[in-house]
Ligand binder design. Structure first.
Ligand code: TMP
Ligand code: ASP
Length: 251
């Protein structure tokens, strides 16, 4: 049981409980609550990569990703970015505003890695003079294809005005996150964001965690994120808990 009140809209979260399960994704479950405006995200230890082709578990990942996401969303809110976070309810549960999710995954890249290297032939580690913002269609059946504004509008997943907001918001979030991680001796290589509509506003949703970002150690360039799982690099749990330690400023 948690007694709380979020600072923006004075939501009373006294004794907020999960009711019906709304959705189960690869890494999280989402539950309805007694308040139709609020949902609870529950973070799982299940890990998938390459759109479910590789499956496994990362012990305590759900706890790390919830803690890291709550801390980062709170930091972003303090800096004027509206998010779905209401409050952290427990180790694995985040109370959130309910969103109408926009079916666009927004990826921001500061350093070439992953699919950017594969698709365009950049050398891994190339520092991009200007961050690249990409849109992907959020559709597992189609393997989340890369798309531009024309595709998104034609598909009816977002309006041009909304896409402009997503791009501008993603760049602002990137500036805040880069500074936050640099102070914690991590390079923010790239990351994925999801947004949703809530009462005529666009809010940042989903999570920001080692599952959805690439982090390299500032000094050694050691990979500290889900790439350790994707490519069987070992020490996956250690990397996740080290990111948590740095993000939460523990010892
Ligand atoms: P990519 O290089 O594989 O396109 O990934 C770019 C970033 O987006 C990386 O930080 C991982 C994140 N990401 C997700 O969070 N979910 C996904 O389904 C994919 C493909 C990438
Ligand atoms: N999240 C995606 C999956 O579950 C892809 C990835 O993160 O590599 O397959």
């Amino acid at each position: 049981m948690v007694i709380g009140c979020d600072s923006h809209s004075k939501i009373k979260t006294f004794n907020m409980k999960k009711t019906t399960q709304l959705y189960e994704g690869k890494a999280k479950k989402v539950f309805l609550t007694d308040d139709s405006n609020l949902v609870i995200q529950e973070f799982k230890d299940d890990a998938t990569a390459f759109n479910n082709k590789k499956k496994g578990t990362i012990a305590e990942k759900g706890i790390v990703n919830n803690a890291v996401s709550c801390k980062l969303f709170a930091m972003l809110e303090e800096n004027g970015i509206r998010t779905h976070l209401v409050e952290k309810l427990s180790d694995r549960e985040m109370l959130c505003r309910r969103l109408d999710i926009i079916k666009v995954e927004v990826v921001v890249r500061n350093i070439a890695a992953g699919s950017l290297v594969k698709r365009y032939g950049f050398a891994e580690g190339t520092v991009l003079e200007r961050p690249i913002v990409e849109f992907y269609l959020k559709d597992d059946d189609l393997d989340d294809p890369l798309m531009n504004e024309f595709h998104a509008v034609a598909l009816g997943v977002a309006t041009l005005e909304e896409l402009a907001v997503l791009k501008q918001r993603a760049e602002a979030i990137n500036a805040l996150l880069r500074k936050f991680f640099a102070e914690r001796k991590l390079k923010l290589v790239d990351f994925k964001l999801e947004f949703g509509r809530h009462n005529n506003e666009i809010l940042l949703g989903d999570e920001i965690s080692p599952d959805t970002c690439r982090f390299w150690d500032l000094e050694t360039n050691e990979k500290m994120d889900k790439d350790r799982f994707r490519f069987d690099l070992g020490s996956v749990e250690d990397a996740y808990s080290e990111v948590q330690r740095r993000v939460l400023d523990l010892d």
